[in-house]
Ligand binder design. Structure first.
Ligand code: CTP
Length: 409
């Protein structure tokens, strides 16, 4: 990790006067929290430390307090601490909460919402962004329980920096070393600086498949994991938008800060979208079933003498086209097109047919796109086509959200 001394100086413009609540957990890496505190202070950022009981086995409250130039908080029901600042207020008085080192124990508590000491109570009570710098033995880091906790915390919107790979204090080698203080510093600065370009804007995102019943046990649906739509809802929310995610059946947890409305059929999806109007942005990512059975059997259709039953189908409403032509049309309406051939030509045709502003075209003939984690997309608009390189769906989402913010500026 290159030292980034040049960018660390007191008074980094907008960051001057920002406040960080620094939770120092118990691990050998706790000594690095002292250097991290020094970097924050040098940049003009106020640091209020919480030292866990285990953390105090590794660094002294005195050294942390001296570097932070503030009091160190450690006990949940300490009369002196609570008199000065109650734990709820403490959790909200900062612009960002940084946990370094984030031990396996702190991660587990935060993932499960446990609150039995000052650090965990603060993590549960905060309404601010949380950045964790994990530090633990490689086996603990790779344990399925830690992987589950990590996934849960990420779904809750917690940011992570590290851990790095390297030799550990316990003599083992692998992932689990806490990120170096300059890297944590940069991640914290990025989180503090995070652009809220969509604050005050309302967005509707459709995601996942729709399921159209044939009878009480059978249905017609499309293949869609919902991953791309969920990632877009999350990315828009991270830029400050108020997001309604209208989702067909998926196995995904709702992203943090997003209002999710669960639906099954295309007609329910349309109704939920119309209810969420007015909005500034609509992004239709759902794989809506184009047709539905004309009538839904009240009872399970039995195998009869006459062979398979004919199923008469009728067309479903087109949600994207309906929103694009609505009297309450969002300012920017974006559709997705999953194509297997002539991607650009089909996207252009869809742009005209649906009346939307952009079509995000993705080539699903590329193996691993459906249900996978990567996507190669092109943005087609009246102005032309922008091709993006293949990247993770999360990255596509962030870039699309940034592009939307730029458009609405
Ligand atoms: N879409 C929608 N409602 C529908 C069908 C599609 O909102 N009933 C939206 C999708 O969410 C996507 C876009 O329209 O944003 C493109 O959907 P797609 O199924 O690829 O296009 P179709 O119009 O169905 O064309 P085709 O099936 O012929 O490719």
């Amino acid at each position: 990790m290159a030292y980034i001394g040049a960018s660390i100086h007191r008074g980094r413009g907008a960051l001057d006067g920002k406040r960080i609540l620094l939770i120092v957990g118990g691990g050998v890496a706790a000594y690095k929290a002292l250097e991290l505190t020094r970097l924050f202070r040098k940049a003009g950022v106020a640091v209020r430390p919480i030292l866990t009981r285990a953390g105090a086995q590794f660094v002294t409250p005195l050294s942390l307090s001296a570097l932070a130039e503030d009091k160190v908080y450690s006990e949940l029901f300490s009369l002196t601490d609570e008199a000065e600042m109650g734990h709820i207020e403490l959790s909200r008085s900062a612009d960002l909460v940084v946990v370094a080192p984030a031990t396996a124990d702190l991660m587990a508590k935060a993932a499960h919402g446990l609150a039995n000491d000052l650090a965990s109570t603060t993590l549960l009570a905060t309404d601010k962004r949380v950045l964790m710098a994990p530090a633990m033995n490689v086996r603990m880091w790779e344990h399925p329980a830690t992987r589950r906790n990590l996934a849960q915390l990420q779904a809750d919107g917690v940011l992570f920096v590290g851990p790095d790979e390297g030799a550990m204090a316990c003599g083992e080698y692998g992932f689990g070393r806490m990120a170096e203080p300059p890297a944590i510093f940069e991640a914290a600065m990025a989180a503090l600086d995070s652009n809220r370009a969509l604050a005050g804007k309302r967005a509707i995102v459709t995601a996942g498949p729709t399921a159209e019943p044939i009878d009480p046990v059978r249905l017609i649906t499309n293949r869609s994991s919902g991953k791309q739509g969920y990632a877009i809802a999350q990315a828009l929310a991270q830029l400050g938008a108020e997001v309604t995610l209208v989702s067909g059946p998926t196995a995904l947890p709702a992203p943090a800060g997003v209002r999710r409305v669960d639906v099954e059929t295309a007609r329910e999806m349309l109704a939920a979208c119309e209810q969420a109007l007015p909005a500034d942005i609509a992004v239709c990512v759902a794989a809506v079933a184009d047709w539905r059975p004309e009538s839904v059997g009240a009872q399970k259709i039995k195998k009869g003498e006459g062979g398979p039953p004919p199923i008469a189908m009728v067309e479903n409403p087109d949600i994207l086209a309906t929103l694009a032509r609505s009297p309450a049309r969002p300012r920017l309406v974006v559709g997705f097109a999953a194509e297997t051939n002539d991607v650009e030509a089909h996207a252009r045709a869809k742009l005209a047919k649906k009346g939307c502003d952009w079509i995000v075209a993705n080539d699903v003939s590329v193996e691993g796109t459906m249900g996978g984690d990567d996507n190669a997309v092109a943005i087609v608009s009246a102005g032309g086509i922008e091709r993006w390189e293949r990247m993770a769906k999360g990255e596509v989402a962030k870039r699309l959200a940034a592009r939307i913010a730029e458009e609405l500026k």
